[in-house]
Design a protein around this ligand. Structure first.
Ligand SMILES: Nc1nc2c(ncn2[C@@H]2O[C@H](COP(=O)(O)OP(=O)(O)OP(=O)(O)O)[C@@H](O)[C@H]2O)c(=O)[nH]1
Ligand SMILES: [Mg+2]
Length: 319
């Protein structure tokens, strides 16, 4: 049944049953009820909860609150997301964390650009809208450093690549090649959007601290390491100049330092080492430049294939 939107935040008219609200959860019995009820208040009744075999009453609470609950077949938030994306058939998907840290009432900020055809994927920037103590200090610092590196590595303007509050079309998510089963999934998702040249935009969303009773599943050290190495590895295909270039700086410093030592101590070993470091610096820069040509050509080819496919679909629709 079609429902109209009279919400002051949203003057678009659309069928809310075309939107699937997807919530990955693991041990969120304290918060999940509130999240589901808030979306229902907004008129969204199509709610899918994918549970990672919670040890508490999350599944029962979610079912009672009126969501469809599915138990994930594997482990990790990433696997839950991949499973959900293969199941969801609605045209639009809104994904949100089940810990009550984000607001259902802000859904229109994310959904409207997708409904209006202005974006394929909208990410909620929690860093811009964070309330006091929403992030633990260490997590905020790690997040900001990670996003800073990401902006350089991917020549992007994104400020919160790890956000769990997102809206996108079913077609755009199915185009992505997602494999990561853990918390690296959000990084992979963002990188894949950029690789596939999707229109990805960011909007600020309010972000609250998670309830004290419910422990976080994110390990700042383990997951932080996994995410940062993933950002570096993914940059190989997107921005090889960054991937190789980061090595050029320490190598150039070593070349200058050993040249200084060679001059100061009048020593041939340092001079030879300096020459080797210069050679290595040149080699990594060259590797970056050559790989960048290949990566750029690959992107252009993909873009042409995509444009061609779109044109074919439009021509097919006209018949
Ligand atoms: N299905 C499923 N959901 C998960 C899993 N791990 C985490 N989640 C859910 O994914 C969402 C985000 O996880 P959080 O632990 O809140 O991660 P975060 O928001 O980055 O970190 P916090 O600051 O601790 O909130 C929450 O709804 C979790 O319950 C999992 O293995 N399987
Ligand atoms: Mg959270």
């Amino acid at each position: 049944m079609s429902s109209e939107n009279n919400d002051e935040n949203n003057n678009l008219i659309f069928d809310k049953n075309d939107v699937c609200i997807f919530i990955p959860v693991l041990n969120e019995e304290y918060a999940i009820k509130g999240v589901i009820e808030d979306f229902k208040k907004e008129g969204f009744n199509n709610i899918l909860v994918v549970d990672g075999n919670s040890k508490d009453k999350t599944r029962e609470v979610a079912q009672e609150a009126g969501a469809r609950v599915v138990i994930q077949s594997g482990k990790g938030k990433g696997q839950a997301m991949i499973q959900a994306f293969s199941m969801i058939n609605e045209k639009y998907i809104v994904m949100i964390d089940g810990d009550g840290t984000e607001l259902a009432s802000e859904i229109y900020r994310l959904l409207n650009p997708v409904l209006e055809g202005k974006a394929d994927h909208v990410a909620g920037d929690r860093i811009a809208g964070r309330t006091k103590d929403a992030f633990k200090r260490v997590n905020l610092f790690g997040n900001q450093v990670m996003n800073w590196i990401f902006r350089r590595a991917f020549r992007s303007n994104l400020h919160d690549i790890l956000t769990g509050y997102r809206a996108f079309t079913r077609d755009s998510i199915r185009e992505l090649d997602l494999k990561k089963h853990n918390f690296v999934i959000e990084t992979e998702l963002t990188v894949e959007c950029l690789m596939k040249e999707q229109r990805l935009i960011e909007v600020p969303v309010t972000y609250y601290p998670r309830a004290v009773e419910a422990p976080s599943k994110l390990s700042p050290i383990k997951d932080g390491y996994r995410i940062s190495t993933a950002v570096y590895k993914y940059s190989r295909f997107y921005n090889p100049i960054f991937f190789f270039g980061v090595w050029a700086i320490p190598l150039a410093i070593l070349a200058i330092a050993s040249a200084g030592c060679a001059y100061y101590f009048d020593n041939w070993t340092f001079a030879t080492a300096s020459a080797c470091f210069v050679l290595m610096t040149v080699l990594v820069i060259l590797a970056g430049l050559v790989s960048d040509i290949t990566a750029t050509l690959h992107r252009k080819t993909l873009k042409a294939i995509k444009a061609n496919r779109k044109q074919n679909e439009q021509e097919y629709d006209q018949f």
